[in-house]
Design a protein around this ligand. Structure first.
Ligand code: NAD
Ligand code: MG
Length: 388
């Protein structure tokens, strides 16, 4: 069997490293042709020596000379800057792009990959959230496929083999509820960065960990599901399931509910996407049923987690509103991580930015990029008025 040739964007992050773990476990099935990261030279050098890609890209141009110097005797081409990362997504040869970049910074590379007809194994949900309306016409033209890595969407994708699209009553998107599921409302304003970074079931990058604590992540995932599975926002229901064993479910019109289960381990959905349409022997996430505790389910609390409600409203509004939600959230999360705003001010910032924005229907890429820029500007302005 010919190895699948991969480009991995965001290789130094949590998903990027898990992807390389999966690749390392199946050396005859994959060739890593290109790796890209933001600024982590040490880890990229280490990954180079393990996987010997022909291309490396560092987005932070101030550090690319250091990368080139450290690999000067190696047969590798060093690229740098945002444009090189985007071009990397359309390299001749590879079959698949794994996009594990964080944030809307991954959008143009996702578009480039599908424009080029490559399969896109997508962890970077923000590119679908912000740029969702741009993908269907391109995918239809080039035949590219978007293969979700996000565990909930991987679950739904697997479950949808059980029925036809018109047989879906609703998608049941599970959420762990994050570290503050039971936390009293009056203590939310005092939540520290350290508390918010301590997620009960998943070990992830900082941005998505904060998103999981505010439930903005689940909101982004509602929008991601609307785009991936072409269903209206009203057909996506969020169900809080603290154990993170049921990764999502589909309720069909006959009231049958089909679910996908495993221990929380991102290597399982990554393996499914990388090998799709096949399943391979693997023990990631295997359940020991004798140890299985209770599986519980409850409704989300939209009062304590307003970011989830705002995202669902943005999903209903469509057009550029999801891009506005996403950009405001990215700006607010960065400010929270810098200790510039309180935990509760993340959703408050998003709320004010959305209130001050109007949605453009059927947006072009320029409309989306402009909405993203304007939302970040409004978020900054808002945070200056509410900051600590
Ligand atoms: P991370 O912060 O650990 O890694 C992010 C990667 O992107 C790093 O390699 C970094 O160098 C790179 N990067 C950062 N900014 C960049 C930029 N401006 N341009 C190019 N590259 C840049 O994040 P993560 O947890 O691996 O998450 C990556 C994506 O996967 C996010 O969209 C996240 O929502 C999604 N996701 C993550 C998990 C998880 O378990 N970590 C689960 C589901 C989905
Ligand atoms: Mg997820």
């Amino acid at each position: 069997m010919k190895p699948r040739i991969l480009i991995i964007l965001g290789s130094t992050g949590s998903i990027g490293r898990s992807t390389l773990d999966v690749v390392a476990a199946h050396p005859d099935r994959f060739e890593v042709r290109a790796l890209a990261a933001f600024s982590n030279v040490d880890r990229l050098v280490e990954q180079y020596h393990q996987f010997n890609p022909k291309y490396l890209c560092l987005v932070d141009e101030s550090r690319s000379a250091e990368l080139a110097e450290r690999l000067k005797d190696e047969p590798v081409e060093i690229l740098s800057g945002e444009n090189d990362l985007i071009d990397m997504a359309a390299l001749r040869g590879p079959d698949m792009v794994v996009n594990a970049v964080v944030g809307a910074a991954g959008l143009k590379a996702s578009l480039r990959a599908v424009e080029d007809g490559k399969d896109l194994a997508l962890a970077n949900k923000e590119s679908l959230v912000a740029g969702g309306p741009l993908f269907p016409p391109i995918v239809e033209k080039t035949g590219a496929r978007i293969l979700p890595i996000d565990s909930e969407h991987s679950a739904i994708w697997q479950v949808l083999h059980c029925g036809k699209k018109e047989e879906i009553r609703r998608l049941l998107l599970t959420a762990s509820g994050g570290p503050f599921r039971d936390y009293p409302a009056e203590k939310f304003a005092e939540i520290t960065v350290e508390q918010a970074l301590d997620h009960p079931t998943w070990n992830m990058g900082n941005k998505i960990t904060i998103d999981s604590a505010t439930l903005a992540n689940k909101g982004l995932e509602v929008i991601e599901a609307v785009q991936l599975f072409d269903v209206p926002a009203d057909k996506v229901t969020v169900v809080v399931h603290p154990q993170s064993i049921v990764h999502s479910m589909v309720e069909f019109v006959d009231s049958s509910v089909v679910a996908q289960l495993s221990q929380p381990d991102m290597r399982l959905p990554i393996t499914y996407a990388l090998f799709w349409p096949d399943r391979v022997e693997s023990a990631h996430g295997r359940i020991d049923w004798s140890q299985m505790a209770d599986l519980t389910f409850e409704d989300p609390d939209f009062e304590r987690f307003p970011a989830l409600r705002l995202a669902i409203e943005a999903a209903r509004a469509g057009g550029t509103m999801p891009a506005v939600f996403n950009a405001a959230n990215e700006a607010a999360v960065a400010a929270f991580l810098d200790h510039d705003i309180r935990f509760t001010e993340i959703s408050e910032t998003i709320r004010r930015v959305i209130e001050a924005s109007t949605s453009i229907g059927q947006p072009s890429l320029d409309d989306i990029l402009e909405a993203d820029r304007e939302a970040r500007r409004l978020a900054k302005q808002t945070m200056e008025t509410i900051a600590l």
